[in-house]
Design a protein around this ligand. Structure first.
Ligand SMILES: [Ca+2]
Ligand SMILES: [Ca+2]
Length: 298
């Protein structure tokens, strides 16, 4: 019996720029077929490596894998610091939105507020674990860009110890923290990254129909929301190689093989990893032209 086994190996943080113009959904389909998915961005480092893959001659818009979802979630701007929010310190009756999608802090109290309000803010520097109170007034998104340019990001507050540390350096003002709320989701559902890199005033959902995200190469790669029907080049996740291998088995009937197809794939996978392929290698069976997974050896 023989079957065709498709193997795919790539580091999850590698990107591939595809210069064909497609709608967001077509780009998603194409990335899922040839690579892993449309690109997910996790932090400034992966944003910089993604930018490097784009043809330097191209100064237009490029799709990435972020689409508008239905459910609003509070998230920290610095994703790796706290993937799920376990500590909060909202004031009484807060958050009281709606429309208040950024969070600020005054002494011991948090409140949600319009992101366009200008106020002081707290940055975090990952290199030395320090928090910095910045006494310049900015709207939340500009404060985020300032912290990323000078330190790491707007401050996450993962627990009460950090909160007390921040209170020691903060003056008697309202400060933006790194907490914000949105409903955007990555095409690759395994990745919950809360990293966003919007240009000032975006996303604006212009005309009420902008559900997909592109990076703007004429604007340092900052993001804008666009109608998903635009035709743009795109960036896939995974620079790796797809290979199709023919596998031959002996002395097992076709029916039994189909039942065991998943288990066989797992066995092949562990052998490949043992022989040095990366652990995130993906294997699938390919249906042959007659629709069957396996057929008798000719
Ligand atoms: Ca509020
Ligand atoms: Ca827009």
């Amino acid at each position: 019996m023989t079957g065709l086994c498709s193997t795919y190996s790539a580091m999850s943080q590698q990107y591939q720029f595809i210069s064909e113009f497609k709608t967001w959904a077509e780009a998603q389909e194409s990335c899922r077929k040839a690579h892993i998915d449309l690109a997910t961005v996790e932090d400034m480092r992966s944003m910089r490596s993604l930018l490097k893959t784009v043809d330097p001659q191209y100064l237009g818009l490029v799709w990435i894998g972020l689409e508008r979802g239905m459910e609003q979630r509070w998230q920290w701007s610095l994703w790796n610091s706290s993937q799920t929010i376990t500590y909060t310190n909202w004031g009484e009756g807060e958050p009281d939105g709606p429309g208040d999608t950024c969070a600020m802090k005054y002494e011991e109290i948090w409140t949600d507020a319009f992101c366009s309000i200008v106020t002081e803010f707290i940055c975090f520097d990952e290199s030395d674990g320090k928090y910095i109170a910045v006494d310049i007034k900015k709207p939340w998104h500009e404060a985020q860009l300032y912290c990323r340019a000078n330190y790491t990001d707007l401050a996450p507050i993962p627990n009460s110890t950090v909160e007390k540390e921040i209170e020691k350096i903060a003056g008697p003002y309202w400060y933006w923290t790194g907490l914000f709320q949105d409903s955007w989701e990555w095409s690759d559902k395994r990745q919950m990254s809360s990293f966003r890199y919007w240009m000032s005033g975006k996303p604006d959902n212009y005309g009420g129909e902008e559900g997909c995200t592109a990076i703007d190469m004429s604007n340092g790669g900052l993001w804008d929301d666009l109608s998903c029907n635009n035709n743009l080049p795109f960036i896939c996740l995974g620079e790796g190689k797809k290979q199709i291998v023919q596998v031959t088995f002996s002395s097992v009937g076709d029916l039994r093989l189909n039942d065991l197809s998943v288990a066989i794939l797992e066995q092949i996978k562990s052998k490949l990893i043992a022989s040095g392929l990366p652990p995130d290698i993906r294997l699938t069976w390919r249906r042959q032209s007659d629709g069957r997974l396996f057929r008798p050896r000719q």
